[in-house]
Design a binder for this molecule. Structure first.
Ligand SMILES: CC(=O)[C@@H](O)[C@H](O)COP(=O)(O)O
Ligand SMILES: NCC(=O)COP(=O)(O)O
Length: 242
């Protein structure tokens, strides 16, 4: 029997709706509290350099107002490092970011950015933030995370979510192999991006995974069924997979 698989709810796209009109609603912090009440084990928020959704004020309020841990997603920049060191969230996940992207398109090249990442990770570790690297399910990237002393990796499931049939099954095997390799090396594996009710169960069944971060689909479904029910249903699907 595998250990409990935590659900991190990403509330970025509550802020997308709010920012569409520059109003104060819907409030991402209110969504975070509702998600936590409904069973979320943590909240993830991505402060992008262009602030297209989550803002600095959202991070300030999330840093003090949550009932569950905050996982701050950020690019590996000095600006974001300073913000993370100021708020010292429970966790920081370093993600790749391109201004022109509509959403995250792949994993961080931890192997190719070692010298840039190492001092940032050391400062975040020293500040007590649990550092995660958002990477492809690639042994080379996991070895890089080990060299960088990152205690967590989050495996990018976007390709798995987009594929179908044998190609999706192959990507699932890559994810399972990567999770096993990370765990074997003392790195806690997480996964996320593009997960839905329809595709989450095979990922949740990977025994070494400790956390799934899921957002866009849940916020979309919440428009129809409400946030608490969709969080509870995702929680139930994850539990059934174990
Ligand atoms: C890293 C990742 O997959 C997501 O957590 C990220 O937040 C996606 O970016 P958007 O939320 O802007 O789509
Ligand atoms: N790191 C993945 C995440 O936080 C949520 O990704 P998505 O479910 O919004 O695609």
């Amino acid at each position: 029997m595998s250990g409990k698989l935590r659900l991190g709810v990403n509330i970025d796209h509550v802020a997308t709706v709010r920012n569409a009109r520059g109003s104060g609603y819907p409030d991402p912090v209110r969504a975070a509290l509702l998600a936590a009440e409904a069973g979320a084990d943590g909240i993830t928020a991505h402060l992008r350099e262009d602030r297209r959704h989550i803002t600095d004020d959202d991070i300030a309020r999330l840093s003090t107002g949550l009932t569950v841990p905050l996982n701050l997603e950020m690019a590996a920049t000095e600006e974001m490092l300073a913000i993370a060191l100021r708020h010292r969230p429970h966790a920081v996940c370093i993600v790749p970011e391109k201004r022109e992207e509509r959403t995250t398109e792949g994993g961080l090249d931890a192997a190719g950015q070692h010298n840039h990442l190492a001092p940032m990770i050391a400062q975040l570790n020293d500040a007590g933030c649990r550092v995660s690297l958002f990477i492809e399910p690639d042994p080379r990237q996991i070895e890089a995370a080990l060299r960088l002393r990152a205690p967590v990796v989050e495996l990018h499931t976007g390709r798995y979510a987009e594929l179908e049939g044998p190609a999706q099954a192959e990507e699932l095997r890559r994810l399972a192999d990567a999770a096993a390799l990370a765990a074997k090396n003392g790195i806690e594996p997480h996964a996320g991006h593009g997960l839905t009710f329809d595709n989450v169960v095979p990922v949740a069944a990977i025994p070494q995974l400790a956390e799934l971060n899921i957002g866009h689909f849940l916020i979309g479904e919440a428009i129809f069924d409400g946030l608490a029910p969709v969080v509870m249903r995702m929680r139930a699907l994850m539990d059934e997979a174990r």
